[in-house]
Design a protein around this ligand. Structure first.
Ligand code: G1P
Length: 269
């Protein structure tokens, strides 16, 4: 079945970005002149999605205002609410009714991708295999503990770099890492993920972890991945956001040259 819906979890309080997030949700902080959220909406549309569902909190009314002006002739943007901060797994389950009984994409707006190629590959892999498929990347050993970490096996497919996922561990201690491959924030799910999310138990911090549902799929050999070398900006921290602003502005035709000259002038002094 074609994948037409993208779910964007955006209910977090953005405490790392205080005091900015007292008034502006982190998903609306600008990358030069465009909110991070818009990059993710555009990526969904480029990957062929015609519906975007943003999971947000009633404490962030500007997300709804933004969404109400963000629909285009290609993509309809709407919001649903996550009334309590019970984790990423819970956020995804809040979209169940709107998504319906069909496959869908989940895109974490803390990560901006250089283009829509990874999401397109995941959609293609899902459409061919019928299995949930997630975005992966190799990272330095020191970074593994910040992410979901996976053990993989080769998977025969036409999709480049496709793997079968054998094990998933959320943010392992360095000694417990199962590989140097981590989950980056793009997922294509079969609708049975919602049943898995109903079965998982809250983790030690009381949150429902999406990774626990992924682990259930991996145990059934029902989870694939694509190990990607895509350009990726992690905008989940103020320094990550600043780097994304500079790098993305340097790539822009309208301001890139000007920024480049200013940086050279500044550092040649
Ligand atoms: C979440 C997931 C983690 C994944 C990461 C990607 O973690 O739980 O498995 O690797 O997103 O950004 P968070 O960054 O929300 O702590």
């Amino acid at each position: 079945m074609a994948v037409r819906t993208a779910v964007i979890p955006a209910a977090g309080m953005g405490t790392r970005f205080l005091p900015a997030t007292r008034a502006t949700p982190k998903e609306l902080l600008p990358i030069y002149d465009t909110p991070a959220l818009q990059f993710v909406i555009d990526e969904a549309a480029q990957a062929g999605c015609t519906r975007v569902v943003i999971v947000t909190s009633r404490a962030k009314p500007s997300i709804e205002s933004y969404a109400s002006a963000a629909s285009t002739d290609k993509v309809a943007v709407s919001v649903v609410y996550q009334d309590s901060p019970l984790g990423l797994g819970h956020a995804v389950s809040c979209a169940r009714q709107v998504v319906g009984d069909e496959p869908f994409v989940v895109m974490l707006p803390d990560e901006i991708m250089g283009d829509a190629s990874l999401t397109k590959q995941l959609v293609a892999l899902h459409e061919k295999s019928g299995k949930s498929s997630i975005g992966l990347k190799r990272v330095a050993a020191t970074e593994v503990s910040s992410y979901g970490n996976v053990k993989v096996a080769v998977y025969k497919s036409d999709t480049e770099d496709a793997v079968e996922i054998l094990q998933v561990v959320e943010k392992p201690k360095p000694a417990d890492a199962v590989s140097d491959i981590v989950i980056i924030g793009r997922y294509v799910f079969s609708p049975n993920i919602f049943d898995k999310l109903e079965q998982i138990k809250p983790s030690a911090n009381g949150e429902l972890q999406l990774t626990d549902a992924l682990e259930m799929l991996a145990n059934e050999r029902a989870l694939l991945g694509v190990v990607s070398e895509i350009t990726r900006y992690d905008t989940g921290t103020p320094m990550g956001l600043l780097r994304a602003v500079i790098e993305i502005a340097l790539e822009r035709k309208d301001v890139g040259q000007q920024l480049n000259s200013w940086l050279k002038e500044k550092f040649n002094k």
